[in-house]
Design a protein around this ligand. Structure first.
Ligand code: AMP
Ligand code: MG
Length: 421
């Protein structure tokens, strides 16, 4: 038994001819490991990348106690609990320009938002509540020690890890890295993905369509999904259903990429020919997944690359990509957070037909009704060749493996398209 087969066949309930969606995902995950390369990049270039280092602040943020409001820095102990207190104003503290003195008893300093708290001061009274009287500043009762003060290290503490390796860098993280003064950061190298479409019937866009041909749309949906995931992309075009051409394409793809994604050629009519070829080149398992759309799928290894042989039907290619390839690529990218797609629970606006024993993904629109409540309805024809239904959808209804038909008003699980990739 080969390596991949021995890894997946020991999973509980593994059945290559009726593989549950969750088990297929687990089987794939069990075979993969994150890519190991690390690159040092400028902070902005880290957006969307996966951290390869823990971020441990070398400084406190903020670096000093400072004022959260514009007003007057005071000593809380000077203030009378039951009435007004008159204070002597001895200077001004601006953001970026500190007051270099200390407050004595009965003194205050005018202070702006972000200005360093003067020595001796422990509270800020907002300017809206004070008044001036006989050259003195009058502060009303009711002030508390510590009010309107932001303390050093309140945001980030020197020495306390704030982001872990494996974290995907988002806009807030760029700001956080900048607030620490970090100009560069270590990220994992991008996963490299080569992809091509297979089929004698495929025409490339820009060329006229001959009798019996269809335009190769899968390479465009695949491009879009891969680009959204932030991987490095190698588009290898259309490859004919011809052993020599396919062999050259597989070999070239596997030599240049971590992952090879193909569409077409894994359905029953074509599987024998491709199966033989793929297994000459590496170790490839052909699965029938208990799902709709997207039943046939090949997974394996050619050279050092993992292979995902996705079905050719335009909707099937997208659904299998979202459910399996996305998870695999994020795992290989080194992500350590939980990137599983969240499932919302929403009422079905109309009945849905479903047979138990497979997971169904229905293209749907999640929308708010007149009452403000969200519900979900399918986008018409659900054939696995009807790409329009995918384009019109903003979500997928996930009908679980064991579930039967759904009545109107029943709660169903929904994956939003935005965020899928
Ligand atoms: P296959 O899985 O190769 O048997 O293809 C299943 C169906 O998907 C056939 O109707 C193909 O014409 C169609 N198909 C396969 N590849 C593509 C592609 N790249 N773009 C659009 N349709 C495709
Ligand atoms: Mg084909």
């Amino acid at each position: 038994m080969n390596r991949i087969e021995s890894t997946v066949s020991c999973l509980d309930g593994y059945d290559p001819d009726a593989l549950r969606v969750d088990l297929a995902r687990a089987a794939i995950r069990a075979c993969l490991a994150p890519v190991s390369g690390v690159e040092r990049v400028a902070t902005r270039a880290a957006l969307g990348r996966v951290l390869a280092q823990d971020i441990v602040p070398a400084i406190n943020v903020p670096a000093h106690d400072n004022s959260a409001m514009a007003g007057y820095a005071v000593r809380a102990a000077d203030l009378k609990a039951g009435g007004d207190t008159a204070l002597k104003e001895i200077g001004t503290a601006l953001a970026g320009r500190a007051f270099h003195g200390a407050l004595g008893a009965g003194e205050c300093v005018r202070i702006m938002t972000g200005a360093v708290m003067p020595a001796g001061a422990d509270a800020v009274v907002i300017q809206e509540v004070v008044r001036s009287e006989n050259g003195r500043l009058v502060v009303p009762a009711g002030q508390q020690a510590g009010q309107n003060v932001r303390y050093a290290g309140e945001d980030l503490k020197a020495g306390a890890p704030v982001l872990r390796a494996g974290h995907p860098v988002r806009p807030a993280d760029l700001g956080l890295l900048a607030s620490l003064g970090m100009a560069e950061v270590d990220v994992r190298r991008r996963v490299r993905v080569a992809f091509f479409s297979t089929g004698d019937e495929l025409a490339s866009i820009g060329a006229p369509l001959s009798e019996g041909q269809v335009y190769d749309s899968n390479r465009y949906t695949l491009y879009g999904m891969l680009a959204r995931l932030g991987v490095e992309i190698l588009d290898m075009g259309v490859v004919r259903d011809d052993p020599a051409a396919l062999e050259a394409a597989f070999a070239g793809a596997a030599a240049n990429a971590d992952v090879v994604v193909t569409s077409g050629g894994v359905s029953v009519g074509e599987a024998d020919f491709v199966r033989r070829l793929m297994n000459q080149l590496g170790e490839v398992l052909f699965w029938k997944i208990a799902m709709r759309p997207g039943r046939p799928m090949a997974f394996g290894r050619i050279g050092n690359a993992f292979l995902f042989g996705l079905p050719g039907n335009p909707v099937a290619v997208m659904i299998t990509f979202y459910q399996f390839v996305r998870d695999a690529l994020l795992h290989m990218s080194g992500r350590s957070d939980d990137y599983a797609l969240p499932l919302l629970r929403v009422a079905a606006a109309e009945p849905l037909r479903k047979v138990p024993g497979r997971t169904e993904f229905q293209r749907a629109v999640l929308a708010r009704g007149a009452s403000g409540e969200y519900s979900v309805r399918v986008t018409g024809g659900q054939g696995s060749g009807v790409l329009r239904s995918m384009s019109e959808a903003n979500c997928l209804i996930v009908l679980e493996h064991g579930r039967g038909s759904v009545a109107a008003g029943e709660m169903v699980s929904v994956q939003l398209m935005e965020g899928l990739a």
